[in-house]
Structures are given as structure tokens and as C-alpha cells.
Design a protein around this ligand. Structure first.
Ligand code: SF4
Length: 224
């Protein structure tokens, strides 16, 4: 049985050279907005919305807070479900204001920040952990459908489950000894590599098993 670190090393060999939008040094507010806008849509649509927000100089909580709902809806429209996403951004901005501002909110320790985010309209476990990991740069392991697809195919983890917390526990326990007490970079990098692998190799349809260096361990890989 291969370990999570064995898989990580292979993913790193295959994808370390590729760029990824949230790692290692993206602007924390832009990351947070991206985490909310990417729900139920492709990243390319989010990019269009982010470009509009950039052009409107709206990339700070203080500026975004001054926009009317109509203005914000128009800016985020390319990301789809734009009225709903405007409500979600508004709820997040309210939380930030109540906690002394965006920077102060992100500086809240992860074990307090997570329930605050989860208690905010439109933020579920995946979005909360992505904000903690990539915007607050605190330890959180993000689970998503890509994680479950790749590791389900590899037969590693709770493969019959689609429970977010069960998968997250598996990764936290499995990676417990694989860092020097500060898992932030490992967790951020691991999830980034998982997303890149799902997009470029382990696609939903027609995975590129012939090009994948995990194929020797993967029961799903096509023979030959
Ligand atoms: S061998 Fe194929 S199914 Fe297995 S991880 Fe690689 S791309 Fe995915």
C-alpha cells in the first residue's frame, strides 16, 4: 500500500512546474473572493469576474463594502449565480467588519476562524478550509471532488464515502508525521497538486493513465 507521501512525491514530479492560482503567494482578499465565486462553476468563469473586480479596483474589503448590490452583481456576473454569490460576498464582508476588518479576521486562529466561516451564509467546509489554507495561510487540508476521484481510483482512503470530514481525517492522520510541526505548506501544496492532477491527467472522462506516474499503483489504470 502506497502512503500519502508516496503519492504526493509522484504528483510533485508530474506537476510542480505548473502554475496554480492560489499558491504560493496570491493576494489573500482575491483568494477569498475566488474561493466564494468558484462554487458551482469553472475557474475560467471566475477569472472573468476577477478581471472585472480588478478593473473596478474592488479588491479590498473596504472598497467592496461600498458597492451597491447591483454594482457587485454586475461585476461578479461571469461567475454564474451572481445574485446568490453577491449575497455570499456580502455575508463574508459583514463577518469581516464585525471581526475588526479582513486582516484581523484572517489572523484569528484556525480553530476559531473555521466555525466563524461555517456560520456565514454560503460558506461550507470546502470553502472555509480553502480560505483558511490559501488566504489566512493557516493549516487546513482542503477536500474536494477531485481528491475523492483521484484517491478513490487509487483505492487509497475511505473510497466508499463521500463525507468531507471522513476524507479530511484520513489525510490529517496520514500526513501527521510528514511535516516538521508546521503543515501549512505541505497542505497547501498537496491540494494544489491534486487539483492540477485532476485537471490535466485524472480527468472525469478519458483519464490520461498512460502518462501518469501513479499508474503502476492504480487499480483503475488501463492495462498497457
Ligand atoms: S493512473 Fe489514471 S486513474 Fe490512476 S491516478 Fe493516474 S490518471 Fe488517475
Amino acid at each position: 500500500m502506497q502512503t500519502l507521501i508516496d503519492v504526493y512525491r509522484q504528483l510533485d514530479v508530474m506537476h510542480a512546474w505548473r502554475g496554480w492560482h492560489w499558491w504560493p503567494d496570491a493576494d489573500p482578499f482575491e483568494v477569498t473572493v475566488g474561493c466564494i465565486l468558484v462554487q458551482n462553476t469553472a475557474w475560467t468563469n471566475v477569472e472573468h469576474a476577477l478581471q472585472r473586480l480588478r478593473a473596478a479596483n474592488a479588491f479590498s474589503a473596504a472598497v467592496m463594502d461600498t458597492l451597491s448590490d447591483n454594482e457587485l452583481e454586475e461585476l461578479v456576473r461571469p461567475s454564474g449565480q451572481y445574485r446568490q454569490k453577491t449575497r455570499k460576498l456580502r455575508a463574508f464582508l459583514d463577518l469581516a467588519r464585525k471581526r475588526g476588518g479582513f486582516e484581523s479576521l484572517l489572523a484569528t486562529p484556525a480553530n476559531e476562524l473555521r466555525p466563524l466561516l461555517l456560520g456565514t451564509f454560503g460558506i461550507g467546509p470546502e470553502t472555509a478550509d480553502a480560505i483558511i489554507c490559501y488566504a489566512a495561510r493557516q493549516p487546513a487540508f482542503v477536500i474536494d471532488a477531485y481528491t475523492m476521484r483521484i484517491f478513490g481510483r487509487l483505492g487509497i482512503g475511505p473510497v466508499k464515502s463521500s463525507d468531507y470530514h471522513e476524507w479530511q481525517r484520513f489525510f490529517l492522520e496520514g500526513l501527521g508525521d510528514a511535516h516538521d510541526g508546521d503543515p501549512r505548506d505541505l497542505f497547501a501544496r498537496y491540494h494544489a497538486l491534486v487539483v492540477l492532477h485532476a485537471k490535466h491527467f485524472c480527468r472525469k472522462r478519458a483519464p490520461r493513465c498512460g502518462d501518469c506516474s501513479l499508474a503502476a499503483w492504480c487499480p483503475f489504470a488501463e492495462p498497457g
